[in-house]
Design a binder for this molecule. Structure first.
Ligand SMILES: Cc1cc2nc3c(=O)[nH]c(=O)nc-3n(C[C@H](O)[C@H](O)[C@H](O)COP(=O)(O)OP(=O)(O)OC[C@H]3O[C@@H](n4cnc5c(N)ncnc54)[C@H](O)[C@@H]3O)c2cc1C
Length: 247
């Protein structure tokens, strides 16, 4: 393939309009972006990501980072990105300064972290913090398509102040009887009566059906540990899918 052919096959870059910025915790926000799609839908699959591109304020160099789409595909051109602001990061503090109504370059969709399991399989999703973003899109998709499907989400954050999306997943668990939602805190403050410990401390205690597929998303330590635990439980490697966000 020539360079021109490669460039032609890349997804489009859009000037997206920042429609809403929802503060979920001190550091985590939902960025709601409206893409100019001229009557078409923005097509992607649950689990995929887009690139956000911002110019460096001093050098003008383009900074580009990947963000998973945190919502099941639907009609229209609105995207929700669930983003943690990293105080010493290069892009996220700049992104946090973008005001509602301003424009941001967005390219996509990209990525192969998609739902690959046949419909008869049970699904277990494991996330830490914003790693839940692509999993939320996948969970909404599978439950919309098959309300009877056996699906579980193990979601780990540090403490009470880091919790987000709890109500959304609890509502899904109420609506879909086969959806189990477990929120666990690795360092809960006093008074927490829910699950305690890292997601990877919970996984060894659970008996999984042999026909379960696993989708993991978060930082490298969680993914490495979760994979080790699942392999030790004799889950075949090909039943474990993962996306690593950072080192
Ligand atoms: C496929 C893919 C999808 C992604 N989807 C999302 C998403 O939906 N939401 C999201 O917030 N991020 C997501 N990321 C991470 C994102 O691309 C950036 O790496 C992150 O936002 C940090 O960018 P930055 O420029 O602010 O920090 P950088 O200057 O790139 O990094 C600063 C330091 O922070 C570390 N770091 C990065 N992210 C985290 C984190 N969450 N917690 C702790 N340390 C971190 C880096 O390893 C580095 O050491 C995704 C990454 C990939 C590869």
């Amino acid at each position: 393939m020539s360079y021109d052919e490669v460039a032609m096959s890349l997804p489009a870059t859009y000037q997206a309009h920042l429609k809403e910025k929802i503060t979920l915790t001190d550091k985590v926000r939902d960025f709601v972006l409206e893409l100019p799609c001229y009557g078409n839908d923005f097509e992607y699959e649950a689990g995929q990501f887009v690139l956000i591109k911002l110019p460096h304020p001093e050098t003008g160099d383009e900074l580009s980072r990947a963000y998973s789409i945190a919502r099941a595909p639907q009609q229209g051109c609105e995207l929700i990105l669930n983003i943690e602001i990293i105080p010493d990061g290069r892009l996220t503090p700049l992104l946090d300064q973008v005001e509602v109504g301003e424009e941001i370059d967005v390219q996509g969709p990209f990525g192969y972290f998609k739902l690959k399991s046949p419909p008869e399989k049970s699904l277990v999703f494991v996330a830490t913090s914003v790693g839940v973003a692509p999993l939320r899109a996948m969970i909404e998709t599978v439950l919309n398509e098959n309300p009877e499907r056996k699906v579980a989400l193990y979601f780990g954050v540090r403490s009470q102040e880091h919790i987000f999306y709890e109500k959304d997943f609890e509502e899904l668990a109420t609506k879909y009887g086969n959806f189990e939602f477990v929120l666990t805190l690795s360092q809960p403050a006093e008074g927490w009566e829910g699950s305690k410990g890292r997601v990877t401390a919970i996984l060894p205690k659970i008996e999984f059906d042999s026909d379960t597929d696993f989708y993991l998303c978060g930082g490298k330590p969680m993914i490495d540990d979760a994979k080790k635990i699942l392999l030790k439980k004799n889950i075949p490697e090909e039943q474990i899918y993962f996306e690593q966000f950072h080192l």
